[in-house]
Design a protein around this ligand. Structure first.
Ligand code: FPP
Length: 257
């Protein structure tokens, strides 16, 4: 929270793609489950919420690295539909944190040509956050840089239910013939419509779960799990994730020939 994207003194702003990573085989779209903020803080004797604050710094550095190295889209799981069940103080802290981050970083995101979008059911969010989201989305919509998707009040099952409902409505109104519904039609009703599917999913803090994240979109993603807690996710951790990704043979259900 202390540094702005533009004025940041960390090295991620000017870094080029590390030599050990093949720029031709970069994941075009990286998705991240930023887990371990609470544990990071608790292990330092700090309140859990300080971990979320540190997590923002890790996210900013990861976004800039992905952008500098040539990744086209970064999608981060910031708040799930299940996260409302956390203690009220933590939920309020997170909502205020999202507002502050947007207020402070919008200019920098614009300057760095980032296109930001918030994916999820945004209506239950505080009104002030909703209007900041609208402004950020509008002001960066025509940017030609990295696509930065922040999943907020996002749940993969809920997203699929909304898509099914929308397709049913379109069919009921006669706009859509049910027999013409295919994967593309359904994908077009998801929050991620128009975005390519993630190639790589990174999950920090050692949990081997998808946790209701991008259930449809992750169908063929390579999964990299690291024990690193999200606030400690640095350049080295990102390089390791990309090297792991580049060591995989992607078959998409077919055979290697
Ligand atoms: C999971 O750690 C992390 C979250 C629920 C919040 C992550 C949000 C951010 C880093 C802020 C992003 C903000 C914007 C606007 C881009 P956890 O609390 O589940 O950690 P634990 O597993 O150790 O308890």
């Amino acid at each position: 929270m202390s540094q702005r994207l533009v004025t940041s003194s960390d090295d991620s702003r000017i870094e080029l793609c590390p030599a050990e990573i093949s720029p031709q085989r970069l994941p075009a779209h990286v998705a991240v489950i930023m887990d371990g903020n609470g544990r990071w803080a608790q292990s330092r004797g700090l309140p859990r919420v300080m971990g979320h604050r540190a997590g923002v710094e890790a996210l900013k550095a990861t976004l800039r690295r992905c952008s500098n190295w040539g990744v086209k889209a970064l999608t981060a799981y910031a708040f799930s539909t299940e996260n409302w069940s956390r203690p009220g103080d933590e939920v309020n802290f997170l909502m205020t944190l999202f507002e502050r981050v947007l207020e402070r970083e919008l200019q920098a995101l614009e300057a760095e040509r980032v296109r930001i979008r918030f994916l999820g059911d945004l209506e239950p969010l505080p009104a002030r956050l909703q209007s900041l989201i609208q402004e950020a989305t509008k002001r960066t919509a025509s940017n030609d840089g990295i696509h930065f998707n922040v999943c907020t009040n996002y749940g993969g099952r809920h997203e699929l239910v909304l898509a099914a409902r929308r397709l049913a409505e379109r069919a009921a109104s006669g706009e859509l013939d049910p027999s013409e519904i295919d994967e593309q039609t359904l994908a077009g009703e998801l929050f991620t419509a128009g975005e390519i599917d993630p190639d790589l999913l990174i999950r920090t803090s050692g949990e081997h779960r998808i946790s209701n994240f991008l259930l449809w979109q992750l169908a063929y993603a390579e999964i990299h799990v690291t024990d690193v807690l999200w606030p400690d996710f640095d350049r080295e951790a990102l390089v390791r994730a990309f090297l792991d990704y580049q060591s995989r043979t992607r078959r998409f259900g077919g055979l290697v020939v």
